[in-house]
Design a protein around this ligand. Sequence first.
Ligand SMILES: [Zn+2]
Length: 213
Amino acid sequence: MSFAVTILGSGAAVPASNRYPSAQALQIDERVFLIDCAEGTQMQLRRYKIKIQQIKGVFISHLHGDHVFGLPGLLSSLNMLERTEPLDIFCPPYLKDWLAGQLKFFTPLGFPVHFHTLDNKMYDVIYEDKRFTVTCFPLKHRIPTFGFLFREKQKLLNIRKDMIDFYCIPLRDIPGIKEGADFNTEDGKLVPNAQLTLPPVKPRSYAFCTDSA
Ligand SMILES: [Zn+2]
């Protein structure tokens, strides 16, 4: 299962010839989560062959231009690609108002955009699914700014295939063993879980933390 970060841009507000301003793509399996979306984000996504149709959510750290000026263009492109799937945007207050000013000149978007406005005192889980959680935390900057911690959930124990064969473990018992249960053989012998399993793969995490004193 993939959990990979691509730094699309790491530059600051003044344009540079050799790097783009802030944007990162976190790919978890087939899904892309965009963190910041400065100018040039779409070109960088192309360069790294990351499909914009696979973007499931956008996390905006703050409303300085070198973190958001790519967003109107991205939404416009998604519309041209006939996206219908909703897009979640996690952002500080007023992003919606800022974007609304741009979007009124566009062809109406064919997909819903759900804005999740972050509160400057928040240190909270703002997104959760089966695989991972995202926690936001406030940073110290001139305007409301957030960091994001993406964290995989604890995984299940790995059951040993040789033990399945050796003890003829039926399929119905496997989920329980992966959660830590022991196994009783047909002739009444108790096999401790530690003999049947290997430790789970360590959960991975990634923290995005920028523009903070
Ligand atoms: Zn800033």
